[in-house]
Design a protein around this ligand. Structure first.
Ligand SMILES: C[S@@+](CC[C@H](N)C(=O)[O-])C[C@H]1O[C@@H](n2cnc3c(N)ncnc32)[C@H](O)[C@@H]1O
Length: 208
């Protein structure tokens, strides 16, 4: 795809994830989502993901899947439900973001996107993942108990961004109930760094 085509796509879409495609080309999404969030997520990941598998729950435009592929991950799955905001076509964005970075890298990424409700899709998996990401997404599930039970079945390491005291209490209790320990937690005060008003987020590393 040529630069003009890419620029047109990026500027004509409504983005949730802020993505730094290259100097001068950035999607204008939520200020603390997408690449800004990735700067904290990687604190819980090794430098190299060679041979590793990763599942991104609520992957949106798929940026974290692409970033994991750039770090060498061998098998990556992203789940998102396209009805969350019916006017935002995340599937089209997933296709674009993946293609853009694949062309830039000159290789195909081992990413599969699945459209559907998170707990329903996860319950179909028969293999385990080295890492599961649930970044500002798990608390949209209608069935948190089933969701965390299913996550526990398919991984020993989950990286989860939470907000809101009641959701934090619910999810940290569920992760513990299903066999995880709270390895680390990072308080994300985006309002201190960015010109924006937002709650604090908490980025948890749960391991078994
Ligand atoms: C706040 S956004 C976070 C997106 C991404 N994880 C990030 O941090 O940039 C929440 C995402 O969860 C997805 N989502 C909401 N409910 C869902 C569900 N029941 N199953 C799958 N995805 C869902 C939305 O479509 C949206 O992409």
């Amino acid at each position: 795809m040529d630069k003009e085509e890419a620029r047109k796509f990026v500027s004509s879409r409504s983005w949730y994830q802020t993505i730094d495609f290259e100097p001068g080309l950035r999607s204008v999404g939520c200020k603390w989502c997408g690449d800004p969030a990735w700067t904290n997520i990687i604190k819980y990941l090794p430098d190299n993901l060679k041979g590793k598998s990763l599942l991104d729950v609520g992957c949106n435009a798929g940026l974290f899947c692409v970033r994991a592929a750039l770090m060498g991950a061998e098998s990556i799955v992203g789940i998102d439900w396209n009805n969350w905001r019916p006017n935002w076509d995340f599937i089209e964005q997933q296709v674009f973001v993946k293609k853009y970075f694949e062309e830039k890298e000159g290789r195909t990424f081992p990413i599969t996107y699945i459209e559907g409700k998170m707990e329903e899709v996860i319950s179909t998996f028969e293999h385990k993942f080295d890492y599961v990401l649930g970044i500002a997404s798990l608390y949209y599930s209608e069935y948190p108990d089933k969701l965390v039970r299913e996550i526990s079945r398919i991984t020993d390491t989950a990286i989860v961004r939470l907000r809101d005291e009641s959701k934090i209490t619910l999810f940290t209790s569920l992760f513990k109930e299903y066999g995880f320990r709270e390895e680390e937690v990072l308080r994300e005060k985006w309002w201190e760094k960015l010109d924006c008003q937002t709650d604090d987020f908490y980025l948890y590393l749960f391991t078994k």
